[in-house]
Design a protein around this ligand. Structure first.
Ligand code: SF4
Ligand code: SF4
Length: 79
């Protein structure tokens, strides 16, 4: 079975830094961006850059619908 590679985009301006997505991620690839504040004064969540499996848990948990999950399946699928 092909390994699914995921990627997430986070709307950092809408993020309120609650951490629910970080706790929900089974591969622990989300974290707070401690070097950044958004205009509301929160440290937003960010994707570490690798390891997302596109499970969608972060998307489902975010109360402010800040997260978009992308799924990429290698072209060899089905061959
Ligand atoms: S889609 Fe799943 S693996 Fe990817 S960042 Fe969200 S919770 Fe983590
Ligand atoms: S669940 Fe949503 S609002 Fe909470 S930290 Fe994650 S992206 Fe930000």
């Amino acid at each position: 079975m092909a390994r699914v590679e995921g990627y997430v985009e986070i709307d950092t301006e809408r993020c309120k830094g609650c951490g629910l997505c970080i706790n929900a991620c089974p591969t622990k690839v989300l974290e707070f961006d401690m070097g950044t504040f958004n205009s509301k004064g929160y440290h937003p969540a960010r994707y570490k850059g690798t390891g997302c499996i596109a499970c969608g848990f972060c998307y489902m948990m975010c109360p402010d619908v800040c997260i978009t999950v992308y799924r990429s399946v290698p072209a060899t699928v089905g061959k």
